[in-house]
Design a protein around this ligand. Structure first.
Ligand code: UT7
Length: 349
């Protein structure tokens, strides 16, 4: 039966605020080389990373998330939100979720608040979830924060991971709007392959290997990654996800002004750009200064690029992420005018 009265069109989720925050303490490659069997040249040539920011002892993921969330709400014009999502691999505690604490500290008590775990793909999964809340009419305005303090789960003596990861938070505000206006998020492509759960893992501390079990080892309690395999998966999965999303939307690779990938490693980002036939200059990268910040990496890269005026209103963006799970995902949007765009000094103190 044809629908005779379809009613008003469903609203779209429109990005209207952006903020990024990293803790002030900077750790250089030389500082790491003083305590690990590594050196600045190895780190720069293998990863493109020169520095990363690290939280102070006692500084938790929610502390970073609150800073980024506050900046995002300010950038949207000092608005409120009726839902708060935090996506993280390093929640303050296993229970409760981090988002209610963050919402309360931002003066948003009463808002729906929950966490999403999709490791480094969390921000793109979070965007899709936030969009769903808005298009279904459950929320009018959503604050989405990607925040991670990897320094709390990486063994500081593990030279492979200690050089890669940094701490940080990035946030966006999404509001109900029109599908055709700049900032409307979509098309999305999300995927996972749990057969590779062991490639990126913290083995102990959950219900499978309980934190209370006396026999858990030091290694099981820390972040572990099979770097070479992850590298290969990251390149092929990110390229495939990006292509699928572009095809769904009818975009050609030449339509993409800026490719904003999860900041895993500069070589990975450039390999994905090469696979896609995208000039490397269109790849937004700040991994050199902040390292891999997990769920925070895409909004932090966005805040950095918008703050430097590298991304302008009307530019067409492809966001693509990859992470543990394995998980991956992509999303397209046209960059909108923000009431109060991020400034560089607010992103990197
Ligand atoms: O957000 C999730 C995304 N994850 C990632 O982005 C990580 C993806 N993987 C990578 O980025 C790379 O695999 C790494 C940067 C982790 C490692 O680079 P690689 O070129 O794949 O090096 P490798 O693992 O093949 O190691 C080469 C050598 C090894 O020594 P041998 O076995 O050849 O003697 C390592 O032990 O480099 C050694 N090595 C190091 N040397 C100096 C490993 N880490 C270091 C280090 N400094 N920090």
């Amino acid at each position: 039966m044809p629908r005779t009265n379809p009613g008003p069109p469903a609203p779209a989720a429109v990005l209207c605020g952006l903020g990024g925050w990293v803790p002030p303490r900077v750790v250089t490659n030389d500082e790491l080389a003083a305590r690990l069997d590594t050196d600045d040249t190895w780190i720069r040539t293998r990863t493109g990373i020169r520095t990363r920011h690290v939280a102070e002892p006692g500084q938790a993921t929610s502390d970073l998330a609150v800073e980024a969330g506050r900046l995002a709400l300010r950038s949207a014009g000092g608005v409120s939100a009726d839902a708060v999502i935090v996506t993280t691999t390093t929640p303050d505690r296993p229970c409760p979720a981090t988002a209610p604490v963050v919402a309360s500290r931002l003066g948003l008590a009463g808002a729906a608040a929950f966490d999403i775990g999709a490791v480094c793909t969390g921000f793109v999964y979070g965007l899709a979830t936030a969009a769903g809340l808005i298009t279904s009419g459950v929320a009018e305005r959503v604050l989405l924060i990607g925040a991670d303090t990897y320094s709390t789960i990486v063994d500081p003596l593990d030279r492979t991971n200690a050089i890669i990861f940094g701490d940080g938070a990035g946030a966006v505000v999404l509001r109900a709007g029109d599908p055709d206006e700049p900032g409307a998020v979509g098309h999305f492509e999300l995927g996972s392959d749990g057969a590779h759960e062991d490639l990126i893992t913290v083995a102990a501390g959950g219900s499978r290997r309980r934190a209370t079990a006396v026999e858990t080892t030091h290694a099981e309690r820390h972040f572990a990654m099979r770097g070479k395999e992850v590298y290969r998966h990251a390149v092929t999965r990110m390229a495939a996800s990006a292509r699928t999303t572009l095809d769904q939307a009818g975009w050609k690779i030449g339509d993409v002004d800026h490719f904003v990938p999860h900041q895993a490693n500069l070589r990975i980002l450039h390999s994905v750009a090469d696979e896609l036939g995208l000039p490397r200059e269109r790849c937004v990268a700040n991994v050199d200064t902040v390292g891999n910040t997990g769920a925070a990496s895409i909004p932090l890269a966005l805040a950095d690029a918008v703050g430097r005026q590298h991304i302008s209103v009307g530019d067409r963006l492809l966001l693509t992420a990859f992470g543990g799970g394995l998980t991956w995902g992509s999303c397209l949007l046209t960059w909108p005018e923000l009431a109060d765009p991020p400034q560089p000094e607010r992103t990197t103190p």
